[in-house]
Design a protein around this ligand. Sequence first.
Ligand code: CTP
Length: 434
Amino acid sequence: MGPNDDEKRNTLERTGPWRPAWAVTGGGREAGHRPSVVLGMSGSIAAFKAVEVVRLLVKAGVRVVPVMTESAKEFIGPSTLAGLCSEPVVTEMFDPTCPGERHVSLTAGAEVLALVPSTAELIAALAQGRANDLLRATALCARCPVVMAPAMHPRMWEHPATQRNVATVLSDNRIEMIGPVRGEVATGEVGVGRMAEPEEIAAKLLSYCVPQDLVGLRIVVTAGPTAEDLDPARYLSNRSSGKMGFAVAERAAARGATVILIAGPVSLPTPQRVKRVDVRSATNMQKALWEVMGADLGHADALVMTAAVADYRPEERFEYKMKRAKVGKTTTLGLVANPDLLAEVGAVRTGVRPVLVGFALETLVDDELVAAARDKLRAKGVDLVVANHAADAFDRDDNRATLVTLSGADPLPRMPKTELADHVLDAIVASCAG
Ligand code: CTP
């Protein structure tokens, strides 16, 4: 820890305006609040990596307001950035059509100002408090947190002048730096100067946008279908896409939880900061679940069981492909019941942890849907069942569900699966607090 770190933390705590907006308002998601990041680009070849940072932020539901210096435009076309952000790129300090002072108003209400990439010149300007273009003036004026991702040739980074500027900027306790890292730079040389990876930068920026209310919790999520093999070419499965479980894992990780995602056979990308365990059959999932949670369930604070576990598997798994000529015109397939994974966990749990959440996909509606979900809740010994109708959930990015507990039912409107995931996680937070 450097000599200034303690002082820096104190300053950050003391200085109200530097806290992210959600922290000031108490932590929970405010209805309709869309977090925003002002992303300032200066002229470096690493600007192409900044485009990926923008994409990740937009995907996470963040509004990104792009600001470019004149030299940044030499590397990335403003229309690329404007298209990705669905926002016009701002460059000019003075605009007769824009009321007020841009460098003051740009970051008002923003969760964070991101300087990605930051050139040696931008660091020098901020070290001296120069404000001779819109981005520099905005950074000088910002009251929100400022995160800088430097990118430059290693000889520029090593130069004593740059190192002096970096030390000055950091000692002011107003700017957080991420990277640069050691690696190959555009000229092919290797050294410290390469911009940090977009995923790492986006995760840092998102931590300012999303309440970190799940820090310290270990959440296990299951997702997707299971596949029950019949022979080397054929299997029994279902239509589950895995999207709901992946959304829960993504949101839980974004809110600071340690997340283990046990996924059936789906081809979805692993969300950031999520540990993924791939499985195929129900019995594979059962084994993974107990390994991850521990025999006494002590390794998990919550289990969210979105997986559509196949209830039956073929009685026999043939080693060779079944031949039509041998099977004949009709045949009967023998099936045996798979274990009920959630009910097994529910039966072992003795206290209130882990919080157990099941999903119930039904073809019933309204009161009958709630009643069926509550029956499952009792039978499996869980705290919450997310009940939905098959037509509302399959293969979609949104869902309409009712959160059913022993004593209540909360019907939610149709919403993106990531938003439904947040509702489920809110219920877990409330359960952990209670
Ligand atoms: N579940 C499970 N193991 C199974 C079947 C289901 O852990 N073998 C879990 C699911 O992950 C889900 C919940 O139990 O969280 C309800 O799943 P669902 O298929 O709706 O319920 P079933 O108990 O299989 O009842 P049914 O198919 O008769 O509606």
